[in-house]
Design a protein around this ligand. Structure first.
Ligand SMILES: [Zn+2]
Length: 233
């Protein structure tokens, strides 16, 4: 029997994606650390900028809350609230107001029923179910019962989780482009500040690309493991 997860040869298909993910993570950290220290000229904090942009977009009913945790910023469609981490909520840097505007972008997407977001939200239940059960079912099948179809069920469930991550990409990039458009058209960032805000948002988006790449390679690995296992029978 194989010893998982490190000793079988298929683990090596994950390595490039793993290196990419580590790079994306360190890139987002260094970019945020750099631009969280650069105050934007407007002098407003993330919460003030988000409030102004939401009101401007006709979303005065969307609340802004402070949430715990670094980079835990998100828009919650169930409560229609913007949840900003303390350093974004209170921060006046080009990074802080960029993240605040990005989350505002998600609220606008939700209000406009932006199609990729609606699709992503409809995928969410099966994707979260899939990502929880895919590996246990797959490895049960692999170890105990290679012809039972368990491995195939695991692969299908994992495919939904991957699809969810792929649909997340246009949602994230679109929220960032909305953010930059809102910030520049309203004059909240100047033309020389815009590239810095863009760098922050691009670095954050790259982590989503890396996560999707990692899942895609996981799927390749599951397919390889299944085929190798069946060939042995
Ligand atoms: Zn986002």
């Amino acid at each position: 029997m194989f010893l998982y997860p490190f000793t079988d040869i298929t683990f090596f298909v994950l390595l490039p994606a793993l290196i990419f993910a580590l790079y994306a993570q360190s890139h987002v950290n260094t970019t945020f650390n750099r631009y969280l220290r650069q105050p934007a000229r407007i002098g407003w904090n993330g919460a003030q900028v988000a409030r102004a942009l939401l009101d401007k977009s006709g979303l005065s009913q969307v609340q802004i809350k402070m949430t715990r945790g670094r980079l835990g910023d998100h828009y919650d469609p169930t409560t229609k609230s913007l949840n900003l981490s303390p350093e974004v909520y209170n921060g006046t840097s080009v990074a802080a107001i960029g993240v605040a505007a990005h989350e505002t972008g998600h609220a606008v997407q939700h209000a406009q029923a932006y199609a990729p977001l609606s699709f992503r939200n409809s995928l969410y239940p099966v994707a979260s179910f899939g990502s929880t059960l895919a590996f246990p079912l797959f490895f049960l099948g692999l170890v105990f019962s290679p012809n039972s179809g368990l491995m195939d069920i695991g692969i299908w469930l994992f495919s939904f989780a991957l699809l969810f991550q792929l649909v997340t990409l246009p949602v994230e990039y679109n929220a960032s482009s909305r953010a930059l458009r809102l910030l520049t058209s309203e004059g909240y960032i100047t033309s020389d500040e815009a590239p810095k805000t863009k760098a922050v948002l691009s670095a954050a988006a790259l982590t989503y690309v890396a996560a999707a790449a990692m899942s895609a390679m996981q799927l390749v690995r599951l397919l390889l493991l299944r085929n190798m296992r069946r060939d042995r029978n």
